[in-house]
Design a protein around this ligand. Structure first.
Ligand code: IPE
Ligand code: IPE
Ligand code: MG
Length: 251
């Protein structure tokens, strides 16, 4: 066990970690390579971080892999990313099963090419019975898309008399989001030195601790994850209360 890993308090692990995996393109370009080369190497980081989370006993890991807005990138990058996605899923399903990891997907997957949708469906089915880490891939995902979808579904249910407007509260709204099966993330990590949320889990991150690092995603490894978790464990989460209140009755 590394010295950083040993410092982590296992009783205070974030139950759900969300990561904006950013910086693949710059990492590649700094090496004089094509952006896709960066995405390709980013898969190594995904493997390492999934393994790290599973080893620690983190319950949920959500990875922002492709945003709604990323569809507007040059066609060769989008196509390359889709192929990489399918190829990676095909290769990794066995490892996921061996490690009892269940794959989930959030996002507008109907936008994905048919071959990618099929590969995803198979991977979801093949890992559905696993009871360990839940690995949630945000694919063709954006919060604003998700919220619009939720509002449409709520409107339909109200129209059909299944739901009364007066009964809509935060718990009900959460059920209409793609993340209805998952607790809100306690820790959100963004790599590569950008200090923004970029349409990721806007509702769910309301009280998440945010951690930003300059490390580019293809260089991000377990040790960097441990640093982020240790930083998280130093924070006092107050949820609107005062520090004294939180110390009297820890949440
Ligand atoms: C993140 O890396 C991966 C995706 C958005 C698919 P980027 O591709 O955004 O890399 P930079 O930010 O341009 O360096
Ligand atoms: C966010 O990164 C999306 C993913 C990591 C999948 P972007 O690189 O697309 O975000 P912006 O454009 O810098 O905000
Ligand atoms: Mg980026």
């Amino acid at each position: 066990m590394s010295s950083l890993e040993a410092k982590i308090d296992r009783q205070k692990l974030p139950r759900h970690i969300a990561i904006i995996m950013d910086g693949n393109g710059r990492w590649a370009q700094e090496k004089g390579q094509d952006r896709l080369y960066g995405h390709f190497h980013g898969v190594e980081s995904v493997r390492d971080i999934v393994e790290g989370c599973a080893e620690l006993g983190v319950g949920y890991l959500t990875l922002y892999a492709f945003s709604t807005e990323n569809w507007d990138r040059p066609a060769n990058e989008v196509n390359g990313l889709m192929e990489l996605l399918v190829d990676t899923i095909r290769k990794e399903v066995e490892t996921l099963n061996r490690n009892n990891i269940r794959l989930d997907v959030i996002g507008d997957t109907a936008m994905l090419p048919e071959y990618a949708q099929q590969e995803l469906r198979e991977a979801l089915d093949m890992t559905a019975a696993n009871t360990g880490l839940r690995l949630v891939m945000a694919l063709s995902y954006s919060s604003r898309w998700e919220m619009v979808e939720a509002v449409k579904k709520i409107a339909v249910d109200v129209q059909q008399g299944l739901l009364q407007p007066a009964d809509i509260d935060q718990a009900v709204l959460s059920k209409y989001l793609c993340t209805s099966e998952f607790p809100d993330p306690e820790l959100m990590i963004r790599t590569s030195g950008e200090y923004r949320i970029s349409n990721f889990l806007l509702y769910q991150l309301a009280y998440a601790e945010l951690y930003f690092t300059n490390v580019r995603w293809p260089d991000f490894r377990k040790e960097n994850l441990y640093e982020a978790i240790l930083d998280y464990q130093q924070r006092e989460r107050r949820f609107g209360k005062t520090s004294a209140q939180v110390q009297e009755a820890p949440l």
